[in-house]
Design a binder for this molecule. Sequence first.
Ligand code: PLP
Length: 436
Amino acid sequence: MTVPAFLHPFAATGQTDFITLTHGHGSTVVDSDGKEYLDAIASLWCVNVGHARREVIEAVTTQMTALASYNTFGRWTNEPADRLAEMIAERAPMGDARVFFTNSGSEAVDTAFKLVRLTHQLLGDTDRVVVIARDGGYHGTAYGGTSLQGIGPNRDGFGPFVGGVEHVGRHDLEAVASIFAERGHTIAAVIAEPIQGASGVHPPVPGYLEGLRRLCDQHGALLIMDEVITGFGRTGTWFASSAHGIEPDLVTFAKGVTSGYIPAGGVIVGPTVRGALEADPTMVLRTGFTYSGHPTAAAAGVACIEIAEREGLVRRAVELGDRLHAGLAALLADGLVTEVRGHGAIWAVDLPGSPEVGAHEVPGPLGESAEVAAAAAAEVGAAPTGSASEVARAMVDAGVIVRPIGDSTLAMCPPLVMADHEVDRLLDVLATVLGS
Ligand code: PLP
């Protein structure tokens, strides 16, 4: 079988056994054979409002009919982008914010990386160029994000990287404190996901995020919270930073902002960075993208926030999380999983010891081959074998999509519209597959 023209991301280059999706509705997607799957990973941590929402489709269609696309460089603007920026600023974890738009989380991270350096340059603190990043952090695949990310296999072969990045252990606040103590005057920023997602759903240890904020304040550095997954209600508040009482200097977002209907992302810019950028109001901010503030994407974003408000989806994240957590805790009590981690509507389980199976014999998730399982495993740098891929594959066969991460982790991140009976089905299928 020949490979298709479409060269897939995070897939084996020889992959041929793709599953073609044709439809979606609510928490369900449907393939070209008419088989239905419960989408318990919300595409890729993003479809918060569920698939095929009429309100989003109508907002997008109306906007496309009026003005599908126009740049926002210089004087040009459009109503949906202005409106969406206001709506995001109102819900931001820091006061007095402005919003910069990108098309993706990767572009958001790279923009934040540039903005922290620019801020210190403008403030005359020209030695501050270093960004501290955490092991296990996933900050996208552009060069800034690849340089910042702490998932080794995602960096392999892509060097040399952007300089001035220091990596520290996932929860190692002491290491951050030491770097600050040794060379605090060179540190521009610290970047952290409130809950690390792609490396296996790792919430912070108590006090960790608060500690980062404190160290940044003490040493004059900026704090970037990468809320590409956790933003827009996923953890029970509009942004996870708020639940920790943290006011970041910059927040990167994407995914949930438009629930993936149209690609969009951005950076929420807090007062310190604003102050530097706006000190000379004639200074031109020389960064951005042709599609920054894209009117159709912005219209999707406005519609998604309106749905989330109207349907109480931020609160629903907590209910979903409680139900998922209770079900997963029961699996833990039964010895079917060895660890349960998560918060709000993002969870993961670790599976008991992976059987020693060769990579080329292991079917991957979504009916994928072993090579794709290898790519998924590479997200956390684990060997491309193991129970996670097998379990995920069996779950796909049973019509439920979860995300295998590494050898032994399964992640769940349901659309926030998922019904209780669908959560129960997810848990039932997981229990059945693990039990067998
Ligand atoms: N940052 C985080 C925390 C993410 O989880 C992701 C993607 O999963 C990104 C950045 C990159 O986003 P994108 O894939 O939209 O470029």
